[in-house]
Design a binder for this molecule. Structure first.
Ligand code: ADP
Length: 169
Protein backbone atom coordinates (compact mmCIF):
# COMPACT_ATOMS: atom_id res chain seq x y z
CA UNK A 1 0.00 0.00 0.00
CA UNK A 2 1.45 3.30 -1.11
CA UNK A 3 0.83 6.36 1.09
CA UNK A 4 1.26 9.81 -0.44
CA UNK A 5 0.38 13.36 0.44
CA UNK A 6 -1.71 15.48 -1.90
CA UNK A 7 -2.62 19.11 -1.36
CA UNK A 8 -5.93 20.55 -2.49
CA UNK A 9 -9.69 20.05 -2.41
CA UNK A 10 -10.55 16.40 -1.72
CA UNK A 11 -13.79 16.71 -3.71
CA UNK A 12 -11.83 17.11 -6.96
CA UNK A 13 -10.13 13.72 -6.68
CA UNK A 14 -10.84 10.86 -9.04
CA UNK A 15 -10.33 7.98 -6.63
CA UNK A 16 -12.55 5.04 -5.71
CA UNK A 17 -13.30 6.35 -2.22
CA UNK A 18 -13.03 9.69 -0.51
CA UNK A 19 -13.39 9.86 3.24
CA UNK A 20 -15.51 12.50 4.89
CA UNK A 21 -14.79 13.89 8.36
CA UNK A 22 -18.46 14.02 9.31
CA UNK A 23 -20.30 14.63 12.56
CA UNK A 24 -22.49 12.11 14.38
CA UNK A 25 -25.69 13.32 12.70
CA UNK A 26 -24.28 12.67 9.19
CA UNK A 27 -26.47 15.55 8.10
CA UNK A 28 -23.71 17.81 6.86
CA UNK A 29 -21.65 20.51 8.50
CA UNK A 30 -18.82 22.90 7.78
CA UNK A 31 -15.27 22.26 6.62
CA UNK A 32 -14.63 19.22 4.48
CA UNK A 33 -18.12 17.84 5.26
CA UNK A 34 -19.77 20.93 3.77
CA UNK A 35 -17.51 20.81 0.72
CA UNK A 36 -18.34 17.14 0.11
CA UNK A 37 -22.09 17.68 0.43
CA UNK A 38 -21.95 20.65 -1.96
CA UNK A 39 -19.94 18.71 -4.54
CA UNK A 40 -21.89 15.44 -4.23
CA UNK A 41 -25.28 17.17 -4.51
CA UNK A 42 -28.54 17.02 -2.51
CA UNK A 43 -29.03 13.29 -3.04
CA UNK A 44 -26.22 12.69 -0.57
CA UNK A 45 -28.11 14.39 2.26
CA UNK A 46 -31.25 12.45 1.38
CA UNK A 47 -29.29 9.19 1.52
CA UNK A 48 -27.55 10.14 4.78
CA UNK A 49 -30.87 10.92 6.48
CA UNK A 50 -31.78 7.25 6.17
CA UNK A 51 -28.55 6.10 7.85
CA UNK A 52 -29.60 7.43 11.25
CA UNK A 53 -26.25 8.91 12.25
CA UNK A 54 -22.88 7.41 13.08
CA UNK A 55 -21.16 7.15 16.48
CA UNK A 56 -17.66 8.59 16.90
CA UNK A 57 -14.99 6.20 15.61
CA UNK A 58 -17.35 4.36 13.28
CA UNK A 59 -17.85 4.76 9.53
CA UNK A 60 -20.67 4.55 6.97
CA UNK A 61 -20.56 4.06 3.21
CA UNK A 62 -22.56 6.04 0.65
CA UNK A 63 -22.40 6.45 -3.11
CA UNK A 64 -20.36 9.38 -4.39
CA UNK A 65 -23.31 10.83 -6.37
CA UNK A 66 -21.98 13.81 -8.38
CA UNK A 67 -18.40 13.33 -7.24
CA UNK A 68 -15.77 11.68 -9.40
CA UNK A 69 -15.21 9.30 -6.48
CA UNK A 70 -17.42 6.19 -6.64
CA UNK A 71 -18.02 6.08 -2.89
CA UNK A 72 -17.82 8.25 0.19
CA UNK A 73 -16.90 6.79 3.56
CA UNK A 74 -18.23 9.05 6.29
CA UNK A 75 -16.41 8.72 9.57
CA UNK A 76 -16.76 10.72 12.76
CA UNK A 77 -13.53 11.77 14.40
CA UNK A 78 -13.21 12.56 18.10
CA UNK A 79 -13.41 16.11 19.40
CA UNK A 80 -10.03 16.92 21.00
CA UNK A 81 -10.51 17.35 24.76
CA UNK A 82 -6.89 17.46 25.87
CA UNK A 83 -5.83 13.93 24.93
CA UNK A 84 -7.05 11.99 27.96
CA UNK A 85 -10.51 11.20 26.61
CA UNK A 86 -9.78 8.27 24.32
CA UNK A 87 -9.10 10.59 21.39
CA UNK A 88 -6.20 8.59 19.92
CA UNK A 89 -8.03 5.26 20.09
CA UNK A 90 -11.11 6.78 18.48
CA UNK A 91 -9.12 8.48 15.71
CA UNK A 92 -7.29 5.20 14.99
CA UNK A 93 -10.70 3.49 14.78
CA UNK A 94 -11.82 6.04 12.18
CA UNK A 95 -8.89 5.21 9.91
CA UNK A 96 -9.24 1.43 10.39
CA UNK A 97 -13.01 1.40 9.88
CA UNK A 98 -12.81 3.66 6.84
CA UNK A 99 -10.19 1.46 5.26
CA UNK A 100 -12.20 -1.69 6.02
CA UNK A 101 -15.28 -0.21 4.31
CA UNK A 102 -13.19 0.75 1.27
CA UNK A 103 -11.90 -2.82 1.16
CA UNK A 104 -15.46 -4.13 1.31
CA UNK A 105 -16.18 -2.48 -2.06
CA UNK A 106 -12.82 -3.56 -3.52
CA UNK A 107 -11.53 -0.01 -3.74
CA UNK A 108 -8.04 0.41 -5.13
CA UNK A 109 -7.61 4.04 -4.15
CA UNK A 110 -8.75 6.07 -1.16
CA UNK A 111 -8.22 9.66 -0.07
CA UNK A 112 -8.41 10.84 3.54
CA UNK A 113 -8.78 14.39 4.83
CA UNK A 114 -7.08 15.27 8.11
CA UNK A 115 -9.88 13.84 10.26
CA UNK A 116 -10.54 15.86 13.46
CA UNK A 117 -7.83 18.43 12.60
CA UNK A 118 -10.25 21.26 11.79
CA UNK A 119 -12.98 22.41 14.15
CA UNK A 120 -12.56 19.25 16.24
CA UNK A 121 -9.16 20.58 17.29
CA UNK A 122 -6.93 17.47 17.21
CA UNK A 123 -3.25 18.55 17.18
CA UNK A 124 -2.13 18.10 13.58
CA UNK A 125 1.28 16.51 14.26
CA UNK A 126 -0.23 13.85 16.52
CA UNK A 127 -3.08 13.13 14.13
CA UNK A 128 -0.73 12.86 11.14
CA UNK A 129 1.63 10.47 12.92
CA UNK A 130 -1.30 8.32 14.04
CA UNK A 131 -2.79 8.23 10.54
CA UNK A 132 0.47 7.08 8.98
CA UNK A 133 1.01 4.47 11.69
CA UNK A 134 -2.48 2.98 11.42
CA UNK A 135 -2.53 3.00 7.62
CA UNK A 136 0.84 1.22 7.56
CA UNK A 137 -0.39 -1.67 9.72
CA UNK A 138 -0.60 -4.98 7.88
CA UNK A 139 -4.18 -5.75 6.87
CA UNK A 140 -5.58 -8.96 8.38
CA UNK A 141 -6.88 -10.37 5.10
CA UNK A 142 -4.81 -8.40 2.66
CA UNK A 143 -6.25 -5.41 0.88
CA UNK A 144 -7.29 -4.34 -2.59
CA UNK A 145 -6.30 -0.80 -1.67
CA UNK A 146 -3.07 0.11 -3.40
CA UNK A 147 -3.07 3.87 -3.14
CA UNK A 148 -3.75 6.00 -0.08
CA UNK A 149 -3.77 9.78 -0.41
CA UNK A 150 -3.51 11.89 2.71
CA UNK A 151 -5.09 15.16 1.67
CA UNK A 152 -3.78 18.42 3.06
CA UNK A 153 -5.89 21.49 2.54
CA UNK A 154 -3.18 23.89 3.68
CA UNK A 155 0.54 24.14 3.06
CA UNK A 156 1.14 23.74 6.82
CA UNK A 157 -0.75 20.44 6.88
CA UNK A 158 1.08 19.35 3.73
CA UNK A 159 4.40 19.70 5.52
CA UNK A 160 3.15 17.97 8.66
CA UNK A 161 1.90 14.99 6.66
CA UNK A 162 5.13 14.73 4.63
CA UNK A 163 7.08 14.74 7.88
CA UNK A 164 4.87 12.00 9.35
CA UNK A 165 5.46 9.82 6.29
CA UNK A 166 9.21 10.48 6.34
CA UNK A 167 9.42 9.33 9.94
CA UNK A 168 6.98 6.44 9.50
CA UNK A 169 4.42 7.91 11.91
P1 ADP B 1 -13.24 17.98 11.82
O1 ADP B 1 -14.60 18.42 12.32
O2 ADP B 1 -13.10 16.48 11.78
O3 ADP B 1 -12.12 18.67 12.53
P2 ADP B 1 -12.99 19.78 9.49
O4 ADP B 1 -13.76 19.67 8.22
O5 ADP B 1 -13.23 20.96 10.34
O6 ADP B 1 -13.26 18.39 10.27
O7 ADP B 1 -11.44 19.71 9.17
C1 ADP B 1 -10.74 18.54 8.83
C2 ADP B 1 -9.60 18.89 7.91
O8 ADP B 1 -10.09 19.01 6.57
C3 ADP B 1 -8.90 20.22 8.23
O9 ADP B 1 -7.49 20.02 8.14
C4 ADP B 1 -9.39 21.14 7.10
O10 ADP B 1 -8.42 22.13 6.77
C5 ADP B 1 -9.54 20.16 5.97
N1 ADP B 1 -10.42 20.56 4.86
C6 ADP B 1 -11.43 21.47 4.84
N2 ADP B 1 -12.00 21.52 3.62
C7 ADP B 1 -11.36 20.60 2.85
C8 ADP B 1 -11.45 20.18 1.48
N3 ADP B 1 -12.36 20.71 0.65
N4 ADP B 1 -10.61 19.21 1.04
C9 ADP B 1 -9.69 18.67 1.86
N5 ADP B 1 -9.54 19.02 3.15
C10 ADP B 1 -10.35 19.98 3.64
Amino acid sequence: MHIQVWQGDITSLEVDVIVNAANESLLGGGGVDGAIHRAAGPELLEYCRRLGGCPTGEARLTPGFNLLARFIVHTVGPVWQGGQHDEARLLAKCYRNALALAESVDAHSIAFPAISCGVYGYPAEHAAALAVKVLSEPRPTGSAVQSVLLVAYSEAMHQILEQAIATGG
